[in-house]
Write a protein that binds this ligand. Structure first.
Ligand code: FE
Length: 139
């Protein structure tokens, strides 16, 4: 498969829904409490809506009350990339998909202390849920 990092914005806009495009390619943020995975706690994997890369597992998801899906950690250390983000008058750490560079959300240091203290605050629109509970870690 072609490297998704080389995809043109036109190709992305044809493949993604307008909401997915806005979040993944324009670094948009869905309205809080609006996303389909905010209060969603099935067992399975969350993959990138842009490229299908595994990003987060349901066992790292928790109810933060912030209005977006929250995770304590990515499914693998190299699944996501982190970048300093100084837009909107704040200093935040942006989280992107390491495979396609799509914007996912931000990571904040206010997560559950006993699970590492991080809150990966991720837009539902950047994710697709795969309900298969089979453990495919060997892939
Ligand atoms: Fe991706």
């Amino acid at each position: 498969m072609a490297d998704p990092k080389h995809k043109s914005e036109r190709e992305w806009s044809e493949e993604l829904t307008p909401q997915q495009y806005h979040v993944l390619r324009e670094k948009g943020t869905e309205r809080p409490f609006s996303g389909e995975y905010d209060e969603f706690f099935e067992q399975g994997e969350y993959v990138c809506a842009g490229c299908g890369q595994k990003l987060f597992a349901s066992d790292a998801k928790y109810s933060s009350g912030c209005g977006w899906p929250a995770f304590t950690r990515p499914s693998m250390g190299d699944a996501v990339a982190e970048h300093r983000d100084t837009t909107h008058g704040m200093i935040r750490t942006e989280v992107t998909c390491a495979k396609c560079d799509g914007h996912l959300g931000h990571v904040f240091p206010d997560g559950p202390v006993d699970q590492g203290g991080l809150r990966y605050c991720i837009n539902s629109a950047a994710l697709e849920f795969s309900g298969d509970t089979t453990d495919n870690k060997g892939e």
